[in-house]
Design a protein around this ligand. Structure first.
Ligand SMILES: Nc1ncnc2c1ncn2[C@@H]1O[C@H](COP(=O)(O)OP(=O)(O)OP(=O)(O)O)[C@@H](O)[C@H]1O
Ligand SMILES: [Mg+2]
Length: 233
C-alpha cells in the first residue's frame, strides 16, 4: 500500500463510522462502531509514529557500543510476550561485539527484527517456537555480525522480494515500516542487512557492521547499498 493509502483509508473508515454513530445515536451497533473506529485510528497512530521515526533525520549519537548488551536489552522487552506464547530465546554469543555506533538506533533494529520473529511465531502452528540470536566477529576483527533467526512459518512469497521497502507487510496490523527502518539505520552505520532462509530455520536476518567508524565513510555506505537485499534505494 502507498503512504497515502496507509493513512487515508483508516481515517476515512473511522470518519464514516463516527458519522453513522452521530446519525443514529441510540443504535444497537454503536459499541461495535466505536470499537472499529478506535482500531482504525490506532492503526493511523502507529503508521504515523513509525513514519516520523523513519523520516526523522536524527544525528547519530556515536559512541562505543557493546552489541551483546544491545541484544540483551532488546530481548528483555519481549520476555513476557515470549513466555506467554511459549517462545524460547536461544543465545549464541561468540564475542561481545563492541563497535562504534548509536546504541538507541541499534537497539531499535534489534527490537524490530526480534519483534518480527516473535510476530511470526505467535500466530504459527509450529511445534518448535524458537528465536535464535547469534553474535560474532569476523576473523580479521574488523566487523561484528548478528544473526536473528526463527523457526516460524517463513517469509510470504508476496513480500519476499520487497521486504525492505516501506509499507510492505503481510500482517493485518503491520505498517511495513519495521524492516525499512532497519535498513536505513544499518546503512547509516555503514553495515549490511540481508535475508537468508535455510532448511533448519524459516527466516533469518544477518547484519554486519564495521567496528570502526573511520571505515564507515561514503565508500562503505555505498558498498552496503549496492550489496543489500531488496530493491533499489
Ligand atoms: N521473521 C519473519 N518471519 C516471517 N515473515 C517475516 C519475518 N520478518 C519479516 N517478515 C515479513 O516481512 C514483512 C515486513 O516486515 P516489517 O517489519 O517491515 O513490517 P511488519 O512487521 O509487517 O509491520 P511493523 O513492523 O510495522 O509492525 C512482514 O509483514 C512479514 O510478512
Ligand atoms: Mg515488523
Amino acid at each position: 500500500a502507498s503512504i497515502a493509502h496507509e493513512i487515508r483509508n483508516p481515517i476515512t473508515a473511522a470518519k464514516s463510522l463516527v458519522q453513522q454513530m452521530g446519525e443514529d445515536p441510540g443504535g444497537v451497533d454503536q459499541v461495535e462502531y466505536a470499537r472499529v473506529a478506535v482500531e482504525e485510528l490506532e492503526r493511523v497512530e502507529r503508521s504515523i509514529s513509525h513514519l516520523l521515526r523513519f523520516a526523522r533525520e536524527e544525528d547519530q549519537q556515536v559512541r562505543s557500543v557493546v552489541m551483546e548488551d544491545v541484544l540483551e536489552s532488546a530481548l528483555e522487552t519481549f520476555r513476557d510476550r515470549a513466555a506467554r506464547s511459549d517462545i524460547r530465546f536461544v543465545r549464541q554469543y561468540d564475542a561481545k561485539g563492541r563497535l562504534q555506533g548509536d546504541p538507541e538506533q541499534l537497539r531499535r533494529v534489534a527490537i524490530n527484527l526480534i519483534g518480527n520473529a516473535v510476530d511470526s511465531l505467535e500466530g504459527a502452528g509450529v511445534a518448535r517456537r524458537e528465536v535464535r540470536v547469534s553474535l560474532g566477529e569476523n576473523l580479521a576483527g574488523s566487523e561484528v555480525w548478528i544473526r536473528i533467526a526463527d523457526s516460524g512459518p517463513g517469509i510470504d512469497d508476496e513480500v519476499r522480494d520487497r521486504l525492505f521497502d516501506p509499507f510492505v507487510t503481510s500482517r493485518e496490523e503491520g505498517t511495513g515500516l519495521g524492516l525499512a527502518l532497519c535498513r536505513k539505520i544499518v546503512d547509516e552505520h555503514g553495515g549490511t542487512i540481508e535475508f537468508e532462509s535455510t532448511a533448519a530455520e524459516s527466516a533469518a536476518f544477518v547484519l554486519t557492521f564495521p567496528k570502526d567508524r573511520s571505515s564507515t565513510g561514503r565508500e562503505a555506505r555505498h558498498r552496503s547499498r549496492a550489496g543489500g537485499a531488496g530493491g533499489s534505494s
